[in-house]
Design a protein around this ligand. Structure first.
Ligand SMILES: NC(=O)c1ccc[n+]([C@@H]2O[C@H](COP(=O)([O-])OP(=O)(O)OC[C@H]3O[C@@H](n4cnc5c(N)ncnc54)[C@H](O)[C@@H]3O)[C@@H](O)[C@H]2O)c1
Length: 252
C-alpha cells in the first residue's frame, strides 16, 4: 500500500480551530475530508473545495447517535467508504475556570458527554466502514492536562484522562480489524476558540509556557504533522499510544 494513497477521513469539530487546521493539512495531502461540526461545517468544507480539495460538510452534534449515524452514511455515500476518524470536537475553550466545588453537576455532565460520549458514539458509527477499509485509523484528540493536572477545570481534565484510557482499550479491541487507535495530547494551543474567548489572557503568558522545553506559544499548525503521521500507512504498527505535542512540556 502506497504511503501516499489518499484516505477518507472524518474530523469532528473541524469547522474551526485545531480541527480546521487538521482538515486543511490532510486535504492538502490529497485526502478526502469530512468536516463534522455543530455549526459551520458546510462553509468550512466549502473553503477546502474552493482550494481544489475533496471535502464534505455535515452538521453534527457528536453526542447524538442519530447525527453521527447520518455523518457516517453521508461520508460513505459521498466517498464510497471511511478510512479514518479524528475525534477532535470538544468542550474546552468556552469553559469557565473555577474550583471544582463550584462546577455545576450539569456542566460536569455536559463536558463528559461531548468529550467522552462523543468519541465513543463516533467510533461506533464509523466502525463497520473502518473494518471494511482494512487500514482504519482512529485518532482521539486528548490533552496534556491529565498528565499535568492543572486546577480549576476538573471536569475537562477528567474527560481528557478518559479519552486516553478509551484510546488504549479500543486499540486492543480493534487491532484484529487492522484499525489503529491513538491519541494526540496537545499543550495549550492558540486556537480560534481560545483567542475568541480570551482564554490565553485568563491563563496568562507564564502558565501557557511553564515547564515547556520550547519556550513559545503553541499554534494549531504545530499539531498537524503528528496527525498526518498517525493516519498515514507508515503508522500501521503504532497503536494505543498518546503522542504529546506540546514543545516538551510533558514526557510520556
Ligand atoms: N486549544 C487548546 O489549548 C487545546 C489543548 C489541548 C487539547 N485541545 C483539544 O483540541 C480540540 C479542539 O480544540 P480547539 O481549541 O480547536 O477548540 P475550539 O473551541 O476552537 O473548536 C472546537 C470545535 O468543536 C465544535 N464542537 C463543540 N461541541 C461539539 C459537538 N457537540 N458536536 C460537534 N462539534 C462540536 C465547535 O463547534 C468547534 O468548531 C478539543 O478536543 C480540545 O479539548 C485543545
Amino acid at each position: 500500500m502506497s504511503e501516499k494513497q489518499p484516505k477518507t477521513i472524518i474530523i469532528t469539530g473541524a469547522a474551526s480551530g485545531i480541527g480546521f487546521a487538521f482538515a486543511e493539512h490532510l486535504a492538502q495531502a490529497g485526502n478526502r475530508i469530512v468536516i463534522a461540526d455543530l455549526r459551520g461545517a458546510e462553509e468550512a468544507a466549502g473553503c477546502l473545495k474552493a482550494a481544489g480539495h475533496q471535502a464534505l460538510g455535515v452538521q453534527v452534534d457528536v453526542v447524538s447517535e442519530a447525527d453521527v449515524t447520518r455523518m457516517a452514511e453521508a461520508a460513505t455515500a459521498a466517498f464510497g467508504g471511511i478510512d479514518g476518524l479524528v475525534n477532535n470536537a470538544g468542550l474546552f475553550t468556552t469553559l469557565a475556570l473555577r474550583p471544582f466545588e463550584e462546577i455545576p453537576n450539569q456542566e460536569w455532565m455536559r463536558v463528559m458527554e461531548v468529550n467522552t460520549l462523543g468519541p465513543f458514539n463516533c467510533a461506533k458509527a464509523v466502525l463497520p466502514a473502518l473494518r471494511k477499509s482494512g487500514r482504519g485509523r482512529i485518532v482521539n484528540i486528548a490533552s496534556t492536562v491529565p498528565i499535568k493536572g492543572p486546577p480549576n477545570m476538573a471536569h475537562y481534565v477528567a474527560s481528557k484522562g478518559a479519552v486516553i484510557a478509551f484510546t488504549r482499550s479500543l486499540a486492543r479491541e480493534l487491532a484484529k480489524d487492522s484499525i489503529t487507535v491513538n491519541a494526540i495530547a496537545p499543550g495549550f494551543t492558540l486556537s480560534d476558540g481560545v483567542l475568541q474567548e480570551g482564554l490565553q489572557d485568563r491563563i496568562g503568558a507564564n502558565a501557557r509556557t511553564a515547564g515547556r522545553c520550547i519556550q513559545r506559544d503553541q499554534v494549531p499548525g504545530d499539531l498537524v504533522a503528528a496527525l498526518a503521521y498517525l493516519v498515514g500507512d507508515g503508522a500501521a504498527f503504532v497503536t494505543g499510544q498518546t503522542l504529546a505535542v506540546d514543545g516538551g512540556g510533558v514526557f510520556l
